[in-house]
Design a protein around this ligand. Structure first.
Ligand code: RM4
Ligand code: MN
Ligand code: MN
Length: 424
């Protein structure tokens, strides 16, 4: 973890300016009839999960260029996730991937407590073969034509639930790479039927207070068809399963230019929006840092979420899901968590009563201007003040660099081989 003296020293440097900026923004918002402390308290209580795999350096299918001091195992990963949360106070939980993160659950609980974290949704990775498995997932997992392979994948998911119960998780996220690379390779209907049949068996093993999240993705690793390719198929799955099954929207899993905020609105309206994987993309599942390419789209998604906030039954899970190929993953995760908070704060600023009035009058220009007013407001002082008051860093990246954390762990963690491609 980061020495708290360093955080305090860095905060001392920033505090006077921050207070002046915060007060000025407070006056500005006051004139818009918005109470800045209300927005700040919403940001303070907001948390987003980080994926365990996100703290390792990612790669493409061509190569992976390792960073220095990369985590060697889940305990190193939890240390790094602890730093992200310590400085941002925005990422209190971690989403594990099984089998990547398998370890004795008592040790995981002890480590999480030590670094101030809890565990979010479990991810069952049946998109690759695990060592010691009897059957290969080369031609699919839950939808494989071979019954024994499907059974193995079903049991793995049930194992993930049991594992998660021991560490306080309350959700299982299923994303499968199942699909086909050639027209004619698979029978779409039969393949989906097999998927549904397998998913029903997993759903039957779900504890009462758990949620099953299914994640759609248009393509990759299968390049012609994917079993759960879009939100329509995802919604069918959730409807077939039951009340505990909901859809997870990964922002990078759609065709370019797809109106994601509208997908969010539709799923929300019918009670089937279960969670998010936040990231950003230009072309496909690029897994770029959240808000780095299209922060307006992120804002528009949060605009939909804020609309539903007053509904007590609406509580989708929020996670980051991104790959850091050329940056220090800790820095990218901190910046991304703050981008998510920014979009949330901006969406909270939208004058909804005025917006609805313009919508009813069909005043397109004033409606869009009213909406954008939230996005155009610089809410950074709110985010920084929330961090400062919670014991985090006003400027997390600067404090992190000052701390020398990466150099310190580099001494303890040997360089991991960079050969080959792959996401992790
Ligand atoms: C997939 C999908 C999953 C993530 C894996 C690593 O594209 O986004 O959510 O766990 O990548
Ligand atoms: Mn994802
Ligand atoms: Mn993805």
């Amino acid at each position: 973890m980061i020495n708290t003296d360093i955080i305090a020293e860095e905060n001392d440097k920033n505090e006077a300016n921050l207070r002046a900026n915060y007060d000025a923004l407070g006056e500005h918002l006051d004139r818009r009839n918005i109470d800045i402390s209300h927005i700040k308290s919403k940001i303070s209580s907001y948390g987003i999960a980080v994926p365990s795999w996100g703290v390792g350096t990612g790669g493409t299918r061509f190569a992976r260029f390792p960073g220095t001091g990369e985590p060697r195992d889940i305990f190193d990963k939890l240390d790094d996730c602890g730093v992200v949360h310590q400085l941002t106070q925005a990422t209190p939980s971690v989403s594990l991937h099984i089998p990547w993160d398998v370890a004795p659950t008592d040790d995981l609980n002890a480590k999480a407590q030590q670094v101030g974290l809890s565990f979010d949704a479990m991810n069952s990775n049946t998109f690759q073969d695990h060592s010691g498995l009897a059957h290969s997932y080369k031609f699919g997992s839950l939808s494989n034509t071979d019954a024994a392979t499907r059974q193995q994948a079903i049991e793995h998911n049930i194992d993930c639930i049991e594992f998660g119960q021991k560490i306080g998780s309350k959700a299982l996220t299923i994303w499968v790479g199942d699909g086909s690379n050639f027209p004619g390779q698979s029978n779409f209907s039969k393949q989906f039927e097999r998927y549904l049949d397998s998913a029903k068996q997993i759903y039957a093993a779900l504890p009462e207070d758990w949620t099953l999240l299914t994640e759609h993705k248009m393509y990759e690793p299968a390049f012609y068809s994917t079993v759960v390719q879009d939100w329509g198929t995802n919604l069918l799955i959730a409807q077939q399963m039951g009340d505990k099954a909901k859809c997870l929207v990964d922002l990078g899993h759609h065709a370019p230019n797809v109106n994601i905020e509208m997908i969010v609105a539709r799923l929300k309206q019918f009670g089937k929006l279960g969670g998010f994987h936040f990231n950003d993309s230009k072309y496909g599942d690029d897994d770029l840092d959240t808000g780095s390419i299209d922060p307006y789209r992120l804002f528009l998604v949060f605009n939909e979420l804020v609309e539903a906030e007053s509904d007590p039954d609406f509580n989708p899970m929020h996670m980051l899901d991104q790959s850091h190929n050329v940056t220090d993953p800790i820095e990218s995760l901190m910046a991304s968590a703050m981008e998510v908070q920014r979009a949330y704060a901006q969406a909270l600023l939208v004058d909804r009563a005025t917006l609805y009035g313009f919508q009813d009058e069909n005043d397109a220009l004033m409606a869009t201007t009213t909406l954008k007013h939230g996005f155009r407001t610089d809410v950074e002082p709110i985010l920084a003040m929330a961090r400062l008051e919670a014991g985090g860093a006003a400027d997390p990246i600067a404090a992190y660099r000052k701390s020398g954390y990466r150099q310190k762990v580099s001494g303890e963690r040997p360089v991991v081989s960079g050969a080959g491609g792959g996401i992790v």
